[in-house]
Design a protein around this ligand. Sequence first.
Ligand SMILES: C[S@@+](CC[C@H](N)C(=O)[O-])C[C@H]1O[C@@H](n2cnc3c(N)ncnc32)[C@H](O)[C@@H]1O
Length: 258
Amino acid sequence: MNNTKIKQSAEFDKLADNYTDLRNEGAGFFVKYADTFSSYKVKHFSNIIQNRTEQNRTEQNRTEQNRTEQNRTEQNNINILEFGCGIGLNVPYFKNFFPNAKIHGCDISSESIQLAQQQYPDCKFDVVNTTAELQIYAQQIDAIFINGVFHHIPFDEHKSWLEALHSIMKPGSQIVIFENNPHNPLMKDYFKNCPLDINATMVQPDYLRKLVKSIWNNAKRTYTFFTPWQDSAFWFALEKCINFWLPLGAQYYVRARK
Ligand SMILES: C[S@@+](CC[C@H](N)C(=O)[O-])C[C@H]1O[C@@H](n2cnc3c(N)ncnc32)[C@H](O)[C@@H]1O
């Protein structure tokens, strides 16, 4: 393990016990939406994954009905990996939106992984310190969810972590990476003051999209969380009209398919 990795894991090992309080510090008015935001992130992720599986189903329907049945069973048993899962705050939402999926989480912080495993013994959590260690998931993973992790990884390591993630994905599987949007003034302010982000650097949306595209050959960047009211049909419809070009959502995600 090199020095940088020792520094990163030690940082979140110390923060794990108070993670939720530290995350909420500086969120001001938006603190009451913190859990709602997490839930909506997993909902967006689920919509992306389900659309893909719907597409699979349609394609298969055209050719072979019994293969569609097999595909449906596979959907129920998909393996989801949250890379950089921390203490497992997103797990309840995975269980809600993917009730039959097998949920895996990994992180470089062993303290965080221990807390996550205690809280959710039915899921599988692993400490992963190096890109090589990610190979424990080789060819097992149907979908990868990442939230707020790349701004903690040194920029010169981004490509190698993404390449390692690409290598463990099954063909046809998808990766969705959520990051805080540096173009949103409120998010920029929160990021500057959040104790979790003292050693972090915001990741530019186009930088991440291009990097992902260089590995997956396809990548889409979408701005999201223009408002906290993601369950309002009005705001949701409005967001759909502007989310590709107006860089003002509190977060953005980059997604790609293998
Ligand atoms: C801001 S927290 C986000 C936790 C979780 N994704 C969530 O949404 O609650 C960032 C996490 O990324 C982890 N992390 C940083 N670098 C990592 C790396 N190279 N591999 C795996 N996890 C990493 C940290 O240990 C920390 O748990």
